[in-house]
Design a protein around this ligand. Structure first.
Ligand code: GAP
Length: 428
């Protein structure tokens, strides 16, 4: 498949089928924002559920849901006020601004002007500023969080003191993050508002390397188990010059994006004791941990796998997208499929067929996210379900009225099997 227009095709499919809409489209759009439609909301929710289930089923990870706004001191302590910056240059002719390290975009821009003159590179802080309360002054200034991680660090002691958990243990959080990116693009890949799934796994400092290796493999396996093709995903270790200010070592899971080849999908950092130590220093509170087993006191190290829900969603959409002779199909893992099953009456103007189809729809709905469709012809209905990745379609036809059987069509093979309605219960 031609990879250059694959992104356009995916974007169009997402709009057409209620997966993702451009943010503020009615008012001409708002750069770097996207809205999840009904189908996309279900897909994102399934991705988040699979992530959280994977974390919580282990027994050594607890969830957290901290606020988006933190005291400004949190961001001073974390180093984000000083260091959460990207290098920026501006075109003196048209005043468009670019990331100084995004060479391809700079080259493309240069090709549109006879002679582009660039400003000196300066550092641009990516945090969105806001004010707490009715007075817009420096004292009331804070930031929309650019990562959820700090909400975990500032609650580390609360969690240790209020639960029975002991090191090694993790705190998992899913929530919105905001970054005033200099340039956005490639659909969900680089946006200004996005949900993040972040785990902070607290460990004994001497166990840093062991747990870093462990989480690299765990996270890669999560994607593989959910159907990402082996040839499209890999792990890499970043060179020291490319790692964030807080990191002792960062690895990344790279996906083979159609617009850039292999590039970051998820980061897995060894943050050392940087964050807890900084918060101890700035808050004046002791955030060290007393290990009951070894009778040692230490500031724990932390391993952090962190991924954007939208970026993961884009990878799952791209990886599952197929153009076949007569259809487009999303071969999503059934766990991620927005709707698990769709129910149709063969003809929508036959009340006896509609009644049975509605009854099946109602019965399935309590256990599965189910769709009912009576519009258009049956071929179009299958086509619509293939495009949103629904694994099974059930059709009620005239034979149903005689022998209580229905057809079940498999999304991937397109084969139809006739089974008794009562046997649908095996799906439960
Ligand atoms: N707490 C660690 C952290 O924030 P990061 O590498 O800056 O690390 C983590 O971000 C993940 O969030 C990335 O691997 C990517 O999946 C996602 N992400 C980061 N910036 C993004 C953006 N502007 N748009 C969409 N996703 C983004």
């Amino acid at each position: 498949m031609d990879s250059s227009n694959l992104m356009d095709k995916i974007t169009a499919l997402c709009k057409r089928r209620g997966i993702i809409f451009p943010g503020s489209e009615l008012y001409g759009g708002l750069n770097g924002t996207w809205d999840l439609g009904p189908v996309g909301t279900l897909l994102a929710s399934n991705i988040k559920n699979e992530w959280l289930k994977n974390m919580l089923s282990r027994g050594d990870i607890v969830p957290l849901d901290s606020s988006i706004l933190h005291a400004a001191r949190v961001w001073e302590a974390s180093g984000h006020v000083a260091s959460f910056t990207d290098p920026m240059i501006e075109c003196k002719t048209c005043h468009e601004r670019f990331r100084a390290d995004h060479k391809a975009q700079i080259k493309e821009h240069e090709s549109t002007h006879d002679k582009t003159l660039w400003t000196e590179m300066k550092l641009f802080n990516l945090m969105f500023k806001t004010f707490i309360g009715p007075i817009d002054n420096e004292e009331n200034k804070t930031y929309l969080r650019p990562e959820t991680a700090q909400g975990i660090f500032i609650n580390f002691k609360n969690v240790v003191d209020s639960t029975r958990i002991s090191i090694p243990f993790g705190i998992a959080q899913i929530g919105k993050g905001f970054r005033n990116e200099i340039t956005t693009g490639n659909f969900l890949f680089r946006v200004r508002e996005f949900e993040m799934m972040e785990l902070e796994f607290f460990i004994k400092p001497t166990d840093g390397t062991k747990w870093h290796e462990y989480w690299k493999k765990e996270r890669l396996n999560w994607y593989l188990a959910l159907g990402i093709k082996k040839e499209n995903i890999k792990l890499i270790d970043l060179p020291k010059k490319d790692i964030a200010h807080y990191s002792k070592g960062t690895s990344e899971i790279w996906y083979n994006w159609p617009f850039m080849g292999f590039g970051e999908l998820e980061g897995i950092a060894n943050r050392g004791d940087y964050d807890l130590s900084q918060h101890s220093k700035y808050s004046g509170k002791d955030l060290s941990y007393f290990d009951e087993k070894t009778k040692e006191k230490y500031v724990p190290y932390v391993i952090e796998p962190s991924v954007g829900v939208g970026r993961a969603m884009l990878a799952f959409l791209l990886d599952s997208y197929r153009e076949e002779e007569k259809r487009i199909v999303l071969k999503l893992n059934p766990k991620l499929a927005p709707y698990k099953v769709a129910v149709f009456p063969l003809l929508a103007n036959k009340p006896e067929l509609v009644a049975v189809a509605q009854k099946i729809y109602k019965d399935l709905r309590s256990n599965f996210v189910t769709l009912y469709d009576g519009r258009g012809n049956i071929g179009k209905r299958y086509f619509a379900q293939d495009e949103i990745g629904t694994p099974f379609c059930i059709t009620v036809d005239f034979q149903t009225l005689e022998d209580d059987t229905i057809t079940v069509r498999d999304r991937d093979t397109m084969k139809q099997e006739r089974i008794k309605i009562k046997n649908l219960l095996v799906l439960r």
